[in-house]
Design a protein around this ligand. Structure first.
Ligand code: HEM
Length: 378
């Protein structure tokens, strides 16, 4: 080699040295390695960012690869980083979750339901408030304008989160947020409705068919206040609200049986107390109690509600009471009080439909809904 060539080579090596050091540091740095080898699955909407990020990492790795071509081990490591960075970016960009992935989300919801017990929350389960979240996310649907429903998860945004009917649902949304971080590919609408389904199944209710496909929307898609029912009203109001969603009288009564679960909170709705003695179990007790107990208006400072004459510990809202006052509703209240299996069957299909309101059919990832496994089947 000539002297000039040697000097040029030394200059190249000198210029390359800082880059080589930086690259070696980067390869040892666990944060870098984590990123270039384990890019987490990312939802489609942010796939470009993920792709760019991972390709950025690949580009850094590419510098390393160029610098290290003559040093075998490091070169292999750098080469692997380049390849896995690109590979991970591709996976992230095209990530298509399977039914098994959604079952994993279901399983995590099932795991966290009872953490309410440790926190001294309500009756020891987050199930009821998660069912209420799924219902309020879906029950804003208006069939005439084809707006609202579970598609865009617009309750994440201020106008809708602040609607009076949604008071207290921050508890449910906040509870699910760590799951959104754990499974970043799931949309909020899918997560909320899946959590509702998991809660119903885990609290002993029927299997509820469910499928993914909802997408996250924008605050501009928030629905106007007043689409959810006002508990202080009667039969006419309930019909107006639920007919608007596309349900009939039988379906209104079947859906209302969800009040077997949970309780009212004075700091959320102003009402107070549970509907049944077993507020964390899905049973047809709500209908039985409505028919068989004597209900009196509660004498208190709060909004008009009823209490059972015998124990004064249970409650009914004026809208619940309409299900025994209105003849057409009462027929179904009786049918469901007499036959829990009939109610399970009808509740399962109507609640599945409720949770799908507002989602364009082309968005569903499968033509038929799935039945996810309950934790006692595993
Ligand atoms: C006429 C229709 C309805 C009215 C007026 C109504 C009203 C209410 C009210 C006022 C509360 C108490 C909220 C609180 O203070 O925490 C409540 C709770 C609840 N609602 Fe409804 N609701 C209706 C229909 C439904 C439907 C269709 C479902 C589900 C399919 C449902 C599921 C629940 C559940 C599970 C709770 C308990 C939440 C908890 O324990 O935190 N409701 N509802």
């Amino acid at each position: 080699m000539s002297f000039a060539a040697l000097r040029a080579s030394a200059r190249r090596a000198g210029a390359a040295a800082p880059a080589a050091r930086a690259s070696r540091t980067a390869l040892r740095n666990p944060a870098f390695r984590k990123f270039s080898t384990e890019v987490p699955p990312t939802p489609k909407k942010s796939s470009n960012a993920a792709l760019l990020g991972a390709l950025g990492a690949a580009a850094i790795g590419g510098v390393g690869f160029w610098v290290y071509t003559s040093s075998s081990d490091s070169a292999r490591e750098a080469g692997t980083a380049v390849k896995s960075g690109v590979q991970a970016a591709k996976v992230a960009a095209n990530y298509v979750p399977t039914q098994e992935d959604y079952q994993k989300v279901y399983n995590r919801v099932a795991e966290i339901l009872d953490s309410a017990g440790d926190k001294g929350y309500d009756d020891g389960s987050y199930g009821p408030v998660l069912v209420r979240l799924a219902w309020h996310a879906s029950g804003t649907y208006d069939k005439d304008s084809n707006t609202g429903g579970s598609n865009y998860a617009t309750m994440r945004f201020e106008p809708e989160a602040k609607h009076g009917a949604n008071n207290g649902l921050n508890v449910a949304r906040d509870l699910l947020e760590p799951l959104k971080q754990e499974f970043p590919w799931i949309s909020y609408g899918d997560l909320w409705t899946l959590a509702g389904v998991a809660s119903i199944q885990e609290m002993g209710g029927p299997k509820v068919p469910w499928r993914p496909g909802r997408i996250d929307g924008f605050s501009a898609q928030c629905t106007p206040d007043g689409r959810l029912p006002d508990a202080a009203q009667g039969a006419d109001h309930i019909r107006n609200i639920f007919y608007r969603m596309g349900f009939n009288d039988q379906e209104i009564v079947a859906l209302s049986g969800a009040h077997a679960l949970g309780r009212c909170h004075t700091d959320r709705s102003g009402f107070e107390g549970p509907w049944t003695f077993s507020p964390t179990s899905v049973t047809n007790e709500y209908y039985k109690l409505l028919l068989n107990e004597k209900w009196l208006w509660k004498k208190w400072d709060g909004p008009k509600q009823l209490e059972d004459k015998k124990t004064h510990s249970l409650m009914m809202l004026p809208t619940d009471y309409a299900l025994v006052q209105d003849k057409a509703f009462k027929k179904w209240t009786k049918a469901y009080a007499d036959d829990e299996q009939l109610w399970f069957k009808d509740f399962s299909s109507v609640v599945a439909r409720l949770f799908e309101l507002g989602v364009p059919s082309q968005q569903w990832v499968s033509s038929e809904p799935w039945i996810l496994k309950s934790s006692d089947e595993k």
